[in-house]
Design a protein around this ligand. Structure first.
Ligand SMILES: Cc1ncc(COP(=O)(O)O)c(C=O)c1O
Length: 355
């Protein structure tokens, strides 16, 4: 039996998207692939209202996160914690030998943008890394407000991890001053895992020219050269996933991005009110992500048992992440899921929990 995915990635992929991958393969060094890649880039630029360069990379989101570190940190990186993924980006910087500091934030709280201003004022940093939707805590960090602050520091490249938010909630790349936006389409863009997305400004590309040891696989300047000259990728791309991404973007254009964001808000509203009736929400009030809800296990239930019983009914939700395991559980309402499906899930949760 298929257990419908309400986990925060990979999310449930609809049959039409799955089938879109079954087209025969094409030569990735030929015009058909070039058109496919260009089409994906143009569609993403239209959906996100940006003219920035877009790279589709054959790796999960972590790959593009590592690429961002290698390409844009010249002097010192400032990372914002507050959850497993914010802290992961910091660890990636350190693992790549970069000078890096972490602003520690209590898990479940949003970062206070003033803390960032204080640190940037020291003039030690040339890069700032922030997670938008922190998938371990369900917090949506205030990237718009942070962007206003970063504009006061023109030497700083502003990088945002939108792995669990891109396509599910609005991101204004230009207005919010985001230089590098990283994402992965197995979440809100609802395709199978295996690709990442990097949306990169001119300013960031100029920085990359000054950075040594960018590596090879995630060298964005090499990717730019291949794209600009031939609309190709340096290494063999996951062509079938490109089919799926193209198909999904067509669906999104048809739905309308604003309608998609609204659908995410409505699903989030339903899950939050269900959760607040019986438990409480983990994120700080006012900063809840519209793409996933992290629920505090105030009743002390055995979450693993809940997940198992729900699985027998055909649904998958996620336990808390890392140190939040059993203390929280997570319900994703992202991608192509609908309110009807989310209501079906909460009805089944009621039955399992006998609420
Ligand atoms: C916010 C966030 N950043 C980064 C990642 C890592 O992405 P991937 O698992 O695609 O490598 C995830 C994965 O869940 C995530 O949720």
């Amino acid at each position: 039996m298929h257990k419908k995915l309400f986990i925060p990635g990979p999310t449930e992929v609809k049959k039409d998207v799955l089938l879109s991958q079954t087209k025969p393969l094409i030569n990735h060094r030929g015009p058909e692939f070039s058109n496919l890649y260009l089409g994906i880039v143009l569609k993403l630029q239209k959906i996100l209202n940006t003219k920035n360069q877009i790279f589709i990379v054959t790796s999960s989101g972590t790959g593009a996160m590592e690429g961002a570190v290698r390409n844009f940190v010249k002097k010192r990186a400032l990372h914002v914690g507050g959850g497993a993924f914010g802290e992961l980006w910091y660890k990636i910087s350190k693992a790549n030998g970069k000078a890096a500091d972490l602003i520690e934030v209590e898990w479940g709280k949003a970062v206070n943008p003033e803390k960032i201003r204080e640190r940037l004022k020291t003039k030690k940093y040339d890069t700032l890394f922030v997670t938008h939707s922190e998938t371990s805590t369900g917090v949506l960090h205030p990237i718009k407000e942070i962007g206003k602050i970063v504009k006061e520091f023109p030497e700083v490249i502003y990088l945002v991890d939108a792995v669990s938010s891109l396509g599910g909630t609005e991101i204004k790349v230009k207005d919010w001053g985001i230089d590098v936006l990283i994402s992965a389409p197995q979440k809100c863009l609802a395709i199978p895992p295996g690709l990442s997305i990097a949306i990169v400004s001119e300013k960031a590309l100029k920085r990359a020219i000054e950075v040594k040891n960018r590596g090879y696989y995630f060298d964005f300047l090499l990717m730019k050269k291949f794209f600009d000259e031939k609309r190709e990728t340096p290494a063999t791309p996951a062509v079938s996933l490109f089919y799926a991404l193209d198909f999904s973007l067509n669906k999104i254009l048809k739905e309308g991005i604003k309608n998609r964001y609204k659908r995410h808000q409505i699903m989030a509203g339903h899950v939050r009110s269900w959760a607040e009736k019986y438990f409480s929400l983990f994120p700080e009030k006012g900063y809840e992500s519209p793409t996933l809800t992290v629920i505090k296990n105030t009743k002390g239930i055995y979450v693993s048992d809940l997940i198992k019983k729900l699985g027998e009914k055909g649904f998958t939700i996620a336990n808390g992440y890392g140190k939040l395991k059993e203390k929280t559980f997570r319900i994703a309402h992202m991608g192509d899921l609908t309110l009807v499906e989310v209501k079906e899930l909460t009805k089944n949760l009621d039955e399992v929990l006998k609420l």
